[in-house]
Design a protein around this ligand. Structure first.
Ligand code: RIB
Length: 290
């Protein structure tokens, strides 16, 4: 079984700053580092580190060979990553002293995917496999539609959140992951509370309060507490949560157990500066005592 991830690949340019820059402000950073990132990449690395098979479907430019090689080193199947004429996507990430961030992304090659390439990648997938995507590439709708037609479990991590895109994706989804603010926006747009959405499992992340899982099959609502930590950098914590959650489901864990493990992984991630390169592996997550 595998997790097929139609997802972004970015170079993350991370700056530690005393506070997030205000409009019109020029700010000097305390540190700078360049790493591997992108919401999609972070999820693929997290699923691989959690012990599942991650097949990444994505695109880089000619300047992105390093990113593909690093993904490969991290155990991700990179055969379906294209090299296109666009530059590799990148993100400029400011992280303040409280671990909060602000992120500017340039999509580049992430928006240069073609649906026939996704079809080719998914020809290797079966109904036991999971498909996941986020809102940082093109062709999400086409990918989800193909995956759903194959009987795959289709998951959508609705970030960066655009309500119209989520509404379009809803009919194909088995699992939707979004945060509290996004859930409220979706309710406002559709008139539907999370428990009434036409999606079997809806997970709403609540930051330091943990997460809430709505099982719309039996109307059960389950709260999973967060693991308390002192944050260094919250960037990529949500992606780590999603990657670990999907790996747990892929490994046939019950949802609540997969959510608890995902919570622990994302808490550990928050104590580290950086994104894909510092996502913890399963042994670290299991050994983690906050
Ligand atoms: O969620 C964090 C990610 O958002 C970063 O890795 C960055 O590349 C952006 O996609």
């Amino acid at each position: 079984m595998a997790i097929f991830n139609l997802g972004s690949i970015n170079a993350d340019l991370v700056y530690q700053v005393p506070h997030l820059p205000a409009p019109g402000e020029t700010l000097s950073a305390k540190s700078y580092s360049k790493g591997l990132g992108g919401k999609g990449t972070n999820m693929s690395v997290a699923t691989a580190r959690a012990g599942s098979r991650a097949v990444h479907i994505g695109a880089v430019g000619a300047d992105g060979r390093w990113a593909v090689e690093r993904l490969m080193e991290y155990g991700v199947d990179t055969r379906h990553i294209l090299t296109t004429a666009e530059a590799t996507g990148h993100a400029i990430i400011a992280v303040d002293d409280a671990g909060e961030n602000s992120i500017l992304i340039y999509p580049g090659a992430n928006h240069d995917l073609a649906s026939h390439e996704i079809e080719k990648a998914l020809s290797e997938a079966g109904s036991d496999d999971i498909f996941v995507t986020q809102n940082e590439t093109n062709c999400q709708y086409e990918g989800a539609k193909m995956a759903s037609a194959k009987g795959m479990r289709v998951a959508y991590a609705a970030a960066p959140f655009v309500v119209e895109v989520v509404e379009e994706m809803l009919p194909m989804l088995d699992l939707l992951i979004l945060n509290e603010v996004e859930a409220a926006q979706l309710t406002e747009a559709t008139g539907l509370l999370p428990q009434n959405l036409p999606v079997r499992d809806v997970v709403v992340t609540l930051g330091a309060k943990g997460s809430r899982w709505y099982n719309t099959d039996d109307a059960a609502v389950t709260d999973v507490p967060a693991v308390p930590v002192t944050p260094i950098d919250t960037t990529g914590a949500g992606d780590t949560f999603t990657g670990y959650l999907l790996a747990g489901l892929d490994q046939k864990m019950p949802m609540e157990q997969a959510l608890r493990q995902a919570s622990k992984a994302s808490a550990l991630m928050v104590t580290r500066l950086g994104t894909a390169d510092v996502i913890p592996d399963l042994a670290e997550v299991r050994a983690f005592q906050p």
